[in-house]
Design a protein around this ligand. Structure first.
Ligand code: UTP
Length: 415
């Protein structure tokens, strides 16, 4: 223990962590903190911290439109062909679904994992996880298979997620077909470059973004598991879009036919000011560009048909071949920084509740991996059929707006 303590202390001195050194002196039992300090890659964190003030430079001259296929305009023969190819994959048991459920859902403010949030749709109370299970079951019945379901959690919400699904008997989904994996964490850093201390006298860590998915799947043996089970195509989606179409033969068939290893669905941007990320190409490679990064004139630019040139909204509906997932699991994605509120323990053992942002959080984004490929398929689908996100407690993209969209969609289907 002595060596480990010395090791932790010198690490904290080297990286100017005065608050943590102070805490180490105050603690009677230091074991847990010492272990945590020794497990953290401070070089990496300090590198990220140093880059916080560097603007995220994108050469706007290199931003180009990306080609897409509009599902509603497909010729019948193409639609049939893609459907047939995709259905073969699904029926052969070569299709799996991954739900990313490691987010903190801060905007919604629900206590507990977001998948455990309950909404009232079609006159029935349902949990977000339950809605996903229903989509899976519908596909299982249609194709006479049991689609493997993988759930990414954070280390923070893993236990609650598993317990919730256990208590609800996985909403009758065959339990042996459900597997969990845990995404990575990174410490939060204050404006002086010191790591934030939590009320449990440990360094406060938070999930490091949904881009963590690739490495985490490898780390927890999920890619191996998929290969062992002969899975060839993997759908990856978020937990909070209640109209997300997680089993889609058309997307699968299109991707195979276009000879791509990855693909995504998009919906049309409603207006140039909508606060969403859109697909584009940068320096010839596919990418999602955030609304904050897209210059106004480009956001407003229209093509000869009067459509926005950068109008394909990313709805977190992605498909990968198993080869692509494996390749991406060996890549390092860039981290983006967000300035967030983080309550902290001060040097007098007071737990300070902050009312404004005070800490940097580092996150990798799943779509930053797309530029590893020359091309990807984009399938434009109808917003009213596939996009009803729950992000905020009220206002746009809230339970109220999502439930309305869901109910309208059910009504349309039953017509
Ligand atoms: P969001 O970007 O909407 O983040 O995640 P969030 O954490 O759910 O919500 P806010 O921003 O704190 O309000 C989009 C999808 O990616 C998952 C989320 O669970 C959601 O399904 N996600 C996000 C992760 O799995 N891990 C992360 O670290 C972040």
């Amino acid at each position: 223990m002595y060596n480990e303590y010395e090791n932790a202390k010198s690490k904290l001195e080297k990286f100017n962590q005065a608050n943590l050194l102070n805490l180490l002196n105050r603690l009677d039992d230091r074991t847990e903190l010492v272990n945590q300090v020794n497990s953290i890659n401070f070089e990496h964190i300090m590198d990220l911290y140093k880059k916080v003030k560097e603007p995220n430079y994108i050469d706007v001259n290199k931003i180009e439109h990306i080609n897409y296929v509009d599902k509603s305009k497909l010729l019948d023969k193409n639609l049939e062909e893609y459907t047939k190819i995709g259905e073969e994959i699904i029926k052969n048991g070569q299709y799996a679904v991954v739900t990313m459920a490691g987010g903190q859902g801060t905007r919604l403010g629900h206590i507990g994992p977001k998948g455990t949030f309950k909404i009232n749709v079609n006159k029935e109370e349902k949990y977000l996880f339950q809605i996903i299970v229903e989509s899976l079951q519908k596909a299982n019945n249609k194709y006479n298979v049991i689609i493997p379901w993988y759930i990414m959690t954070s280390s923070e919400n893993k236990n609650q997620t598993v317990e919730f699904l256990e208590e609800n008997n996985y909403f009758d989904y065959p339990k042996e077909k459900v597997k969990f994996f845990v995404q990575g964490n990174l410490p939060l850093v204050d404006t002086k470059g010191e790591l934030i201390i939590d009320k449990n006298c440990l360094i406060k860590e938070a999930s490091d973004g949904n881009g963590s998915i690739y490495q985490s799947m490898k780390k927890d043996g999920i890619i191996e598991d998929m290969k062992k089970n002969n899975i060839k195509w993997i759908f990856v989606g978020g937990v909070d879009n209640i109209l997300l179409k997680i089993v889609d033969p058309v997307l699968t068939g299109l991707t195979i036919k276009e000879n791509n290893k990855i693909s995504s669905k998009s919906v049309v941007k409603t207006n140039p000011k909508e606060k969403v990320g859109v697909f584009c190409k940068i320096a010839g490679k596919p990418k999602v560009i955030e609304y904050t990064e897209l210059p106004e004139d480009m956001a407003c630019k229209k093509d000869v048909n009067g459509e926005l040139v950068f109008g394909e909204v990313n709805i977190l509906s992605h498909l990968y071949s198993i080869e692509a997932l494996e390749e991406l699991s060996n890549k390092k994605l860039p981290y983006h920084v967000a300035f967030k509120k983080a309550n902290y323990l001060d040097n007098n053992n007071n737990f300070i509740q902050v009312d404004k942002p005070n800490a940097y959080k580092f996150e990798a984004f799943i779509f930053d991996a797309f530029e590893e490929y020359e091309d990807m398929s984009i399938l434009r689908v109808k917003r009213e059929e596939e996009f009803a996100p729950i992000k905020n407690a009220e206002g746009p993209d809230s339970p109220e707006t999502a439930c309305k969209l869901y109910n309208n969609f059910i009504k349309l289907q039953n017509k």
